[in-house]
Design a protein around this ligand. Structure first.
Ligand code: FAD
Ligand code: SF4
Length: 399
């Protein structure tokens, strides 16, 4: 190869840490701009050039069928199920299905490395993306780092290492950028294991969330917005704390979520091969969406370690979503006794299984649609995918 036909991206220069990114305030710090793949940023960035539907066709051979009610919400898929590990991994976010799949893929030589995110020495929630090459390194990445994480910052190392088979674990905005540069990585096989993602925050935003919501912010090791309409915190001493969604100090938390996450319409990680979350499953179970053949292959590896059941759906979310729109918009916070009561009632009669997932998608898409309309009106038409427009179109929005 002469210097003339040397790939162009080798000449692009990664941005310096802390410098302003091309997507400006909408940047989710996905890590692409920390590498020479910044060369492709105008095409690849999920916040500059939303192209979920085109990339669905590239990845899964077709884009989602907008007239199929499940695909409209959950994207292209072969199957969905609820699952949990028979022997959960201690310290994992849920039962550790993600870490288990990654470990099996490495042990069975399907891949040579796994892009995942460990934490820094100083900070249990400080993200440190790595290419793991042992099960220990994958296990060290278990549990959510509930902050924006530059997972793609290790992509240069992939090409330099000469690795040919890779698994990437990541959230929607990271995976959209990855899919755009996928062909430039020099890989023979790429597997993508995604998680859903919503309401992420900067590290400073996370601190504010913990301080306004938890009784002991410094001892939180893990938290999740769960299907019982409560935030569950786990503390260092093993104790748990629950706070009802309706009791969150919405007025103080309004600005805590990153602008990227307030503008995101890829909650369900449409471009991953396999998605592992929880929101479409009964309480305590994880939710699995197999999007294509690669996803099926990955799940197959761990099936005998899982207990599974079919997905279910119960209740009607629409009234609750419609009521949540002005409540969020006005930053209403209920007194704690009322929030607890509402939590108990809604848990008894509220949406469950896939209907809970639709509740969460609807409330976030309507909120985000309003955010983009008010803060970036010039982007609204191009940035919101057709499926999200249809979902939002079911509700009456304030001006
Ligand atoms: P584990 O075995 O504990 O593995 C977790 C994996 O996540 C690790 O491999 C790690 O590399 C990766 N990871 C951790 N933090 C990040 C990060 N910031 N960016 C990219 N990758 C990361 N599921 C839902 O159903 N609904 C939601 O609303 C939802 N919100 C989420 C928000 C965030 C910020 C994240 C990271 C995940 C979210 N999930 C959501 C997914 C869910 O919380 C679990 O991560 C998932 O079910 C896997 O659990 P596990 O026990 O199998 O994972
Ligand atoms: Fe770059 Fe990623 Fe930020 Fe877009 S979101 S500007 S690709 S770092």
């Amino acid at each position: 190869m002469t210097s003339v036909d040397f790939p162009k991206h080798k000449k692009a220069k990664a941005l310096k840490p802390g410098s302003r990114r091309p997507a400006k305030e909408l940047c989710s710090e996905c890590g692409l701009c920390d590498t020479y793949y910044i060369h492709y940023v105008k095409e690849a960035c999920a916040f500059i050039n939303q192209q979920v539907e085109e990339l669905e066709a590239q990845t899964h051979t077709r884009s989602r069928d907008l007239d199929n009610a499940d695909e409209l919400y959950f994207g292209v898929h072969q199957t969905m199920m609820a699952a949990r590990k028979q022997q959960p991994i201690p310290g994992a976010q849920w039962t550790g299905i993600v870490s288990t799949i990654a470990i099996e893929m490495l042990n069975q030589d399907m891949v040579e490395g796994v892009v995942c995110v460990q934490n820094t020495k100083e900070d249990r929630f400080g993200p440190m993306p790595v290419i793991a090459r042992t099960s220990e390194e994958i296990l060290a990445a278990r549990v959510n780092k509930p902050t924006l994480s530059p997972n793609l910052s290790v992509l240069e190392q992939v090409e330099k290492s000469g690795m040919k088979r890779l698994l990437v674990i990541g959230v929607g905005c990271q995976i959209q950028a990855l899919r755009t540069v996928e062909k430039q990585l020099g890989l023979e096989k790429l597997y993508v294991l995604g998680t859903p993602c919503v309401d992420n925050v900067t590290r400073a935003g996370l601190q504010k969330f913990l301080e306004t919501t938890s009784r002991s912010p410094d001892t939180v090791v893990h938290y999740e917005f769960m299907q019982d309409f409560r935030v569950h915190f786990k503390h260092e001493d093993g104790s748990t704390e629950t706070v009802p969604f309706f009791g969150l100090k919405t007025n103080q938390l309004k600005d805590v979520f990153a602008p990227s996450c307030m503008s995101c319409f890829d909650y369900v990680n449409s471009l991953a091969d396999l998605v592992v979350g929880y929101m479409g499953a009964p309480f305590g179970w994880q939710w699995i969406v197999v999007r294509n053949e690669r996803g099926r292959e990955m799940l197959e590896l761990v099936k005998d370690q899982l207990e599974t059941q079919p997905v279910m759906s119960k209740g009607d979310r629409t009234a609750a979503v419609q009521q949540s729109i002005p409540a969020y918009d006005k930053g209403v916070t209920l007194p704690m006794w009322a929030a607890k009561l509402m939590g108990v009632v809604i848990e008894k009669i509220g949406p469950k299984g896939l209907e809970y997932a639709r509740f969460s998608i609807d409330s976030h898409f309507t909120r985000n649609y309003l955010y983009v309309k008010r803060n970036h009106p010039e982007k609204l038409e191009e940035h919101v995918p057709e499926y999200a427009k249809r979902i939002v179109g079911q509700y009456k929005l304030p001006e």
